[in-house]
Ligand binder design. Structure first.
Ligand SMILES: Nc1nc2c(c(=O)[nH]1)N[C@H]1C(S)=C(S)[C@@H](COP(=O)(O)OP(=O)(O)OC[C@H]3O[C@@H](n4cnc5c(=O)[nH]c(N)nc54)[C@H](O)[C@@H]3O)O[C@H]1N2
Ligand SMILES: Nc1nc2c(c(=O)[nH]1)N[C@H]1C(S)=C(S)[C@@H](COP(=O)(O)OP(=O)(O)OC[C@H]3O[C@@H](n4cnc5c(=O)[nH]c(N)nc54)[C@H](O)[C@@H]3O)O[C@H]1N2
Ligand SMILES: [Mo]
Length: 665
């Protein structure tokens, strides 16, 4: 904290699961945050993105939860304010009762994800693990198949420092929409363009990023693997592929398989013609280094892992790995350096795949889950397979939601607990793409009776141990500072070049990651070589059918992070806007700006039709968090992706392999 003019200035780091992980300064006067800015001297994220409105207004939002409440009947909307003592006592007694009934703590279940990934928030896992073996989720909806793909090929997850793009002559933005999802990386892309780099966007949707690019390839969803194979074929013919056999395993086999594949079905799978392939191959052959940014969007398909593996191979075989300005960049797992002592990990946790939550939970009978704690998560909005999830609700005897707002999930809970924002608590966070980490220091005291997740963990632990001594081993006596001390071991401090975590009060610190991964040609795999994937005989791609003729894409929206659109409520439409090509729409008797129903075997939802000239004829598009209703995932079966198990203990989810039909309302 320091003082500037008449303001107290505190440092923060956006904890919201975004590529940019922006360092932020909060200017506070008279106990109220007046405004926030990017911390220009550290990370140059100024001005902040359009979500800053939401970030700050969340703190003072009239609908923010400020007191614990209980609901008379789930979904009734009849809430009664209760004291923290009563809330925690009710929860503690239920935990003890279930433990006694089942002689086990497995009926207790935690589902926590994207709301805040700060270190201190792992106290929620710690609170659960302190009780004994419980049921928890593993895996991630974000990026598990891509993580595995890169782990298999390179041996670890590493991405170049984004400033490396300045050295690139060609930048391929592949299944990523940074103009929305990583806004502060765009200036680097513009600067690279100004220095002569060409930018190509490969996406089934003509995105905001595509508008800024030099070239746009409109790809069929899931057609990326086919596209890479076509490029490898063409580049091989041009004699533009090369590799050092000492550094690569499996290249010969991959290229031999690729050479035998007939082009026609590949072109169809990718939705391309030969001219487009020739053009892209020429670009790759004549622009070195090429920087590929492979986004999370393209691995949200059943073959997502294979797709990323093929793109890795393309990067390697064109000599773009380990060179300044190059790389196939996906994610950089900086936060993995921490021991996560606060989470108190244990070997006997009963894990279920976060991407298959409802279904997995229904299978668990020995013992069944009876108690659900939801934190940093709006399950009933963001999870897949919502119908089964709603069915699951009736088996649960107590549902607790810790959140800042009465989310879709909270509306169906028994007890809601109000949590603090990143301006009211101490924490450290470091993201998954930038090479830095930073601190969140309290700018103001918690509003109302809100409490941080770690304070809630302490309260519940203490009450449990009062009622039945020895119930929990969570170290509730430790202060926030002591928890952080334990995470910043000497080894961790060394890796980020600081002496102690308090040094972060002076600004962000950088992980000592190589800005150019794999520069020495040595990889983290068993044999130290880059591993080319093996192609299956028939590589899978799901396509629209007569019954469900539209691919339904629901990527991340501009104005909100995931479902966190609470501060936008007044300007959000009731029903999700769904974009459709006007010619197709008119054939189906749809009218622009009019209501329609989209449906598939999972169910149906009400939407508003939006005609958009640039939409492919067989795609419907709607963005996460773009309406009050939500519900997009009611149509999403949550098909598993091919990879994810290795790195995250669970396969990923094919969010974008959803097929629907549409009719006027
Ligand atoms: N503004 C904003 N920023 C965010 C978020 C947010 O909700 N809003 N969420 C954050 C989180 S949690 C995440 S995981 C990231 C995700 O951010 P991104 O990595 O950008 O991922 P998506 O938005 O899922 O998809 C990116 C693009 O992939 C395209 N795509 C879909 N299928 C395919 C395909 O088969 N092939 C190709 N080539 N492209 C395809 C989509 O049309 C979309 O334009 O963003 C983070 N940042
Ligand atoms: N259709 C479709 N669905 C998707 C996706 C998609 O692309 N398409 N993407 C998926 C992806 S990649 C992700 S990451 C998920 C995200 O979905 P979720 O994991 O549900 O995450 P968010 O919507 O970001 O935030 C969830 C809640 O966390 C709360 N929260 C914020 N800070 C805190 C805190 O400090 N403590 C507590 N207890 N709560 C807090 C917020 O108020 C919010 O209500 O959605 C997935 N769902
Ligand atoms: Mo995500």
């Amino acid at each position: 904290m320091f003082f500037r003019d008449k303001y107290q200035v505190t440092r923060h780091i956006c904890p919201r699961n975004c590529y940019d992980t922006c360092p932020i300064l909060a200017y506070t006067q008279g106990g109220k945050i007046a405004y926030i800015t990017g911390d220009k001297e550290h990370g140059a994220s100024e001005p902040l993105c359009c979500k800053q409105e939401e970030i700050l207004s969340t703190v003072y939002h009239p609908q923010r939860l400020l007191y614990p409440q209980k609901q008379t009947a789930r979904g009734s909307g009849i809430w009664q304010p209760i004291s923290w003592e009563e809330a925690i006592d009710t929860i503690a007694r239920k935990i003890l009762e279930l433990k006694e009934r089942y002689h086990s703590t497995l009926p207790l279940c935690l589902n926590k994800y994207s709301g805040n990934f700060g270190l201190m928030h792992y106290s929620v896992e710690g609170m659960f693990n302190g009780l004994g073996p419980t049921t928890q989720t593993t895996g991630t909806p974000c990026f598990s198949s891509g993580l595995d793909a890169q782990r298999l090929d390179f041996g670890a997850n590493a991405a170049a420092d984004i400033r490396q793009m300045l050295e690139a002559r060609l930048i391929i933005l592949w299944g990523i929409n940074p103009a929305w999802t990583a806004v502060h990386t765009m200036p680097v892309i513009y600067a690279a363009q100004a220095r002569g780099a060409k930018v190509v966007v490969i996406d089934p949707v003509y995105t905001e990023t595509a508008r800024k690019a030099d070239y746009y390839i409109e790809l069929r969803p899931g057609g990326d693997a086919a596209l890479v194979i076509l490029l490898l074929q063409k580049l091989a013919k041009m004699d533009k592929l090369s590799y050092n056999a000492d550094q690569v395993t499996g290249a010969e086999e991959l290229l031999a398989t690729v050479a035998k594949m007939p082009a026609a079905p590949l072109l169809q799978a990718a939705g391309q013609n030969k001219a487009a392939i020739d053009f892209l191959a020429d670009l790759l052959a004549n622009h070195h280094p090429t920087h590929i940014w492979a986004g999370f969007g393209l691995q949200r398909h059943i073959q997502g892992g294979l797709t990323i593996r093929l793109i890795d191979a393309l990067g390697q075989l064109t000599g773009n790995i380990g060179v300044p300005g190059g790389g196939v960049n996906f994610a950089d797992k900086g936060m993995d350096i921490f021991p996560y002592k606060i989470a108190g990990q244990r070997a006997d946790t009963r894990f279920v795949n976060i991407n298959n939550f409802a279904h997995s939970l229904k299978q668990l009978n020995d013992p069944p889950v009876k108690f659900l704690w939801i934190a940093c998560r709006d399950l009933l909005r963001q999870d897949v397979n919502l119908t089964e999830l709603r069915q699951l609700w009736s088996q649960l005897e107590l549902i607790v939601v810790a959140d800042k707002f009465l989310t879709h999930s909270a509306q169906m809970a028994d007890i809601v607990l109000p949590v603090t924002t990143e301006f009211e608590e101490l924490d450290v966070y470091g993201g998954y793409f930038r090479h830095w980490l930073g601190i969140n220091e309290p700018a103001i005291p918690p509003r109302g009776e809100a409490k941080s997740d770690v304070d809630i963990a302490r309260l519940l632990t203490r009450r449990l141990n009062e009622l039945a001594p020895g119930t929990s081993t969570f170290p509730a006596h430790l202060s926030d500072e002591q928890f952080l001390d334990a995470e910043f071991t000497p080894a961790v401090c060394q890796q980020i070049g600081i002496k102690k975590w308090q040094d972060l009060y002076n600004g962000i610190a950088f992980y000592r990651h190589d800005p150019i991964p794999w520069r020495d040609g040595k990889f983290a795999t068993d044999d130290g070589k880059f591993h080319c994937c093996t192609l299956p005989a028939n590589f899978p791609q799901l396509l629209p059918s007569e019954k469900y003729p539209f691919h339904f894409l629901t990527p991340h929206g501009q104005e909100s992070i995931n479902g966190q659109n609470h501060a936008l409520q007044n300007c959000l439409p009731e029903y999700p806007p769904v974009y459709i090509n006007p010619t197709v729409g008119k054939k189906l008797q749809l009218q622009d700006k009019h209501p329609a129903i989209i449906w598939n075997e999972m169910g149906q939802i009400m939407v508003t039709v939006e005609f958009r000239q640039d939409m492919a004829p067989d795609i419907l598009l709607s963005h996460q968090g773009n309406s009050k209703m939500g519900g997009l995932n009611a149509l999403n079966a949550g098909l598993p992706t091919d990879l994810g198990q290795l790195t995250t203990d669970a396969v990923g989810v094919a969010f974008y392999d959803v097929f629907v039909n549409i009719r006027p309302k």
